[in-house]
Write a protein that binds this ligand. Sequence first.
Ligand code: PHE
Length: 464
Amino acid sequence: MEKRNSFKGSLGFVLAAAGSAVGLGNIWRFPYLAAKDGGGLFLFVYIILALTFGFTLLTTEVAIGRKTKQSPLTAYGVVHPKWKALGILGCLVPMIIMPYYCAIGGWVIKYFTVYLTGQGVNASQDGYFGGFITSVWAPIIFMVIFLGVCAYFVIRGVNDGIEKMSRIIMPALVVLVLIISIFALTIKYQDQDGLRTGLQGFKIYVVPDFTGITLSGFLSVVLDAMGQLFYSLSVAMGIMIAYGSYVSDDSNLVKSINQIEIFDTLIAFLAGVMTIPAVYVFMGREGMSASGPSLMFVSLPKVFVAMGPIGNAIGILFFAMVLFAAITSAVSILEAVVSSIMDQFKVNRTKATVIETLIALVVGIIVCLGYNVLYFEKTLPNGAVAQVLDILDYISNNIFMPVAAILTCILVGWIVKPEYIIGECTKNGESFGRKGLYQVMIKFVAPVLLFVLLVKALGLIPNL
Ligand code: PHE
């Protein structure tokens, strides 16, 4: 068996983990939720939750990884022999996410090439995105390219692949995000409703709006922020266990975890600075209700065209940035599964990557065909009308992930006790500032909050 790799330095780990955390969720959901949930109010709640709830879950997973030196599939059995089965859930989640994340990654490559070849005007036309995903071959081809790139980095290994890639891509991503954010703040546009500026859009984003806020309205903001945070930190996907298992024993976990959280939250915040002012200036307040694929592939192309000649260049930068964010996330998902196959079946990295890539390929093709040959409409318990992609997304994010996280809290909080994690984080004499908070969170608060999230996702609580 190959010797287990480890990241060369804390920075490599922080950048790789931040690369996982910063993904499509930061770009297409965080700004939308912030705009919907009272701007600064949402930001405030999100930051508080990141420092408490997010910190607890992230610390737990990374520490389990480093302590056991095992993949998500095999780690739980080492923590406690009776809890081996939780590893299956921990490995199933990334297996479900990988194919559809690659399908979306393929869409991003498609739009990147569209802007690169100067066809931004076409992409802004009504029906362009629908036309693309309902065609049979193009989405499959782009998905295969995306998957191939991810497989390449994972086959190259932890140091030469994942760590090296993160050290190059993450700084580039930050530069792109800053350029686009600054640009977004300077734009203005005049139409029959008057002049709108980027700075006005920015104010809508950051100034807390308490108008008409009720207790149930506030609770719904908290739930939105929590759901977003949970997804955004890449917890309960097996990833942080896998990456944690590559962190060297002498590095300071708590410090790295703080850095990962700051990175993720900062990029999510800046994603709002990039998109909200631009959408507000060119589409007004109504335009701001878009999120997910419709924000990225339908609304923003219209915004880029409205910007005039410079719009195409901004489109190139924007989709390059999204592509970077998506690749580093997808690589982490793939690594979670590959490390599981390697640890469980004692096969080498290349073989394990080929196996999972083939699985993702087959399921990914089904996801792509879900918009044409295999099209159907299924209503989910939460009311959304879904195709194959949405069903996989629903099962992983709304059911499996909260369940896996709740069980992890029970295992750590009540069976092996929080000291198991705290001990791992402080084994070189590091200080663990939020010790008391961690104990209360992992035992009581986090599982209860996650349970509420699960119940809401199952459609059992009417919309607050
Ligand atoms: N944290 C990622 C995001 O915000 C979620 C994710 C990570 C999804 C890895 C898939 C793979 O988008």
